[in-house]
Design a binder for this molecule. Sequence first.
Ligand SMILES: C[S@@+](CC[C@H](N)C(=O)[O-])C[C@H]1O[C@@H](n2cnc3c(N)ncnc32)[C@H](O)[C@@H]1O
Length: 445
Amino acid sequence: MQNLDLPSGLGPIAPARACAYAVVRRVFEQDAWADRALHGEAKRLRLDARDLALATQLSYGTVQRMATLDHVIERLARRSSKKLDAPVLAALRLGVFQLTFLDRVPAHAAVGESVELAKRDAPRGAGLVNAVLRRAAREGRKIVAQLPDRTAEQAALRHSHPEWIARLWFDAFGAETARALMAADNEPAEPSLRANTLKTTAEELALRLPAHVVDEEALILDGPFDTFGAPEWEQGLLMPQSRAAMAVARALAPTQGERVLDLCAAPGGKTTHLAALMGDVGEIVAVEKHPGRAEALRATAERMGATIVDVRTADATHPLEPTFDRVLVDPPCSDLGTLASRPDARWRKAGRPEALASLQREILEAGASALKPGGTLVYSTCTISPIENERVVAAFLAAHEDFAATDLGADLPLWKHPTMPQYLQTFPHRDRTDGFFVARLRRRA
Ligand SMILES: C[S@@+](CC[C@H](N)C(=O)[O-])C[C@H]1O[C@@H](n2cnc3c(N)ncnc32)[C@H](O)[C@@H]1O
């Protein structure tokens, strides 16, 4: 593995581009998570909030558009991208992204700085980077505009998704919706935050941050803001969370003094939301299988002042005694509703919704076993995949006569599922938030 550290004193390379280049290399060469790599590189290069915003746009966009960018590179370089040295490929991807998909980047900056980046890490490839990017400045947009997207395979290349995702959405929702979903995944995610009402209010936070208030908890950022570097984060005043994710704890609607079970709880966006809705009065048992993630969840609960959270490191597939008033089941899923905010996720998933569905069914069964008669259970995923959503709930209801779905679509009519209006299904292209599925079930008293 080559050393990815950039030399200090970056000369003519803008810090945001240096950061984006390092992030792109870490994601594709070291299998790093894009958000963590970005956070680390931004800190190392001491980016201010404005440069961090640009570095985010450049690195996330380049990672998301990888398949389309490689197509352009291969056409212009007349060779397979697999044959290119890693630093050359990273510099080309970053350069072609800017020249082909961004409007306000001067071509000389996109070309010149990519050449400089390649020169430092792979000097012999700099000439190729220069030649390909000069052609990309003239021809890149046309090559992309001419890509067809009639079939799922074509749409996968045009909108830079793995073919299995394109096929899943073509089959489930038809070509038009599938294309719109994929296009939305390549746009920046809505930058929303939840005010931790145990410590502050959305109104108070809006006075401190570049953000406007959506409702009593939700805010949307209007300008650059380094969330994880901000004192408000350290003080536990906020949680980055999509508006769709906020609907989950609200659907469960716990009240003060209740005993609540949260299965598959880390990193804890919903656990801490449940605690806030309960005014930190009652009990939340938060179950997480992975010890490191469970430990991080404890730290998050503490930072956010959620003292009623009892984190247990355990397997959520194990049945429990029916002692809980409310249960949240938020199992692992294919994450297809969050591809805009997790740019590398689409390239990681091996296309195994069936295997996930069987784990989801097991965890839902265990959650149901823990619910008191008369209690409420919410099943949620951050994916757009009928086999993991509607079908899991349908199979569960068919096997459990004492459970019935209660009408969530009536509470949130704009987000109701297109064909099963008792459930919620958000769509990034339609709702400008993550794609979540939420079902609320009641156990007969
Ligand atoms: C979709 S995430 C949960 C997100 C979380 N509810 C939140 O709002 O922040 C799924 C979590 O389930 C955990 N997990 C996976 N399999 C599990 C199992 N069998 N038992 C308990 N937790 C599990 C994963 O480690 C991951 O943290």
